[in-house]
Design a protein around this ligand. Structure first.
Ligand SMILES: C[S@@+](CC[C@H](N)C(=O)[O-])C[C@H]1O[C@@H](n2cnc3c(N)ncnc32)[C@H](O)[C@@H]1O
Length: 310
């Protein structure tokens, strides 16, 4: 059984293939338009970082974060950080074994499966995990290797999405793509080991899809960064400007990709490049040093433009 075989099963409410296809052009054009910072909070299995690195962003330009242990161990493995500061402990495992990312991920899978061992299906799964422990660890290792080869150079931190957003929203060169939980507390239940595995998890706010998207856009609507957010909502309930919709993802919910800047995001998705402001932020100049009747324009170069014929 492959650990990352089906991210959809691991991450409830993940972006489907058609949503990802839609984002490819947008990301590619954004990279060509001078966006130099790609941000994926709620990174899960790094689906957006994967898209970014395959469509014009360098791994060094990508920063990711999440709050669950699985993503954090994977993120640390990709970025080559030691797991020691995470203080991972797991019933039946030595602390020293858990410094190996594949073993830590195996332990998480094993212990969360064990909580359902009363059910025959999970019991069979648990037995297989126990009897073929080494095969499973090797298989997880191979999968880590694939992601590491692709994304090595990016950064990862265990961090609450709201904290990460605060850091980047003021950057006009940042493209943020967030895929926050579509179920309240879904991940916490999914990864629950009933206390058999613990780690130094960061403080974070549980994301409630009923209210969280409004909170998200209250924060992001006027941001300098271009922000996109995936949501699953009933008709008419998506928050932000909708640039993509697909009906019937589950029950009466539809998939939406929304943004804080409709025109720009739509243009990028259609392959139309957008001019970004210059890298350097201009300091207000002392006007007494300038000839009268001239103005300063903030562009790629400092220009002094006559506004009146001399
Ligand atoms: C739908 S998944 C993201 C999937 C990911 N983009 C992918 O496609 O692989 C949502 C993620 O949000 C994370 N999450 C939940 N609450 C969070 C919070 N307050 N801050 C940051 N991440 C959070 C969960 O741990 C989960 O990995």
């Amino acid at each position: 059984m492959a650990f990352f075989m089906n991210p959809g099963a691991m991450f409830l409410g993940c972006l489907g293939t058609s949503e990802q296809k839609f984002l490819v052009k947008l990301i590619e054009t954004a990279a060509q338009s001078g966006y130099t910072r790609f941000v994926e909070p709620c990174a899960g299995t790094f689906a957006m970082a994967n898209l970014a690195v395959q469509n014009g962003f360098k791994p060094e330009q990508i920063e990711t974060s999440d709050v669950n242990m699985m993503s954090t161990v994977l993120g640390y493995a990709i970025t080559g950080q030691s797991l020691e500061p995470l203080e991972i402990h797991a019933q039946g495992f030595e602390d020293s074994e858990l410094l190996d990312p594949a073993t830590a991920l195996y332990a998480q899978l094993y212990l969360r499966t064990s909580k359902n061992a009363g059910n025959d299906y999970f019991y069979q799964m648990l037995t297989d995990l126990r009897l073929r422990r080494q095969d499973h660890i090797e298989s997880i290792n191979r999968q880590i290797e694939v992601v590491r080869n692709l994304l090595h150079g990016m950064s990862y931190r265990p961090l609450d999405m709201w904290e990460h957003l605060k850091e980047v929203l003021d950057d006009p060169h940042a493209l943020v793509i967030a895929n926050p939980p579509t179920y309240f507390s879904g991940y916490e239940k999914f990864y629950d080991t009933q206390g058999k595995m613990t780690w130094k998890e960061p403080e974070y706010q549980l994301f409630d899809p009923e209210t969280g998207h409004q909170q998200f856009y209250d924060m992001c609507m006027g941001a300098k960064a271009l922000v996109l957010c995936y949501q699953e909502k009933r008709v008419g309930e998506a928050v932000g400007y909708t640039i993509y919709a697909r009906s019937g993802t589950r029950a009466d919910l539809n998939a939406y990709i929304t943004t804080n800047r409709e025109e720009e995001a739509t243009a990028l998705a259609n392959g139309k490049k957008i001019k970004r402001p210059s890298e350097s932020k201009l300091e207000p100049l002392d006007c007494s040093m300038l000839p009268r009747d001239y103005e300063i324009k903030e562009d790629s170069k400092v220009q002094v433009i006559p506004i009146k014929a001399a």
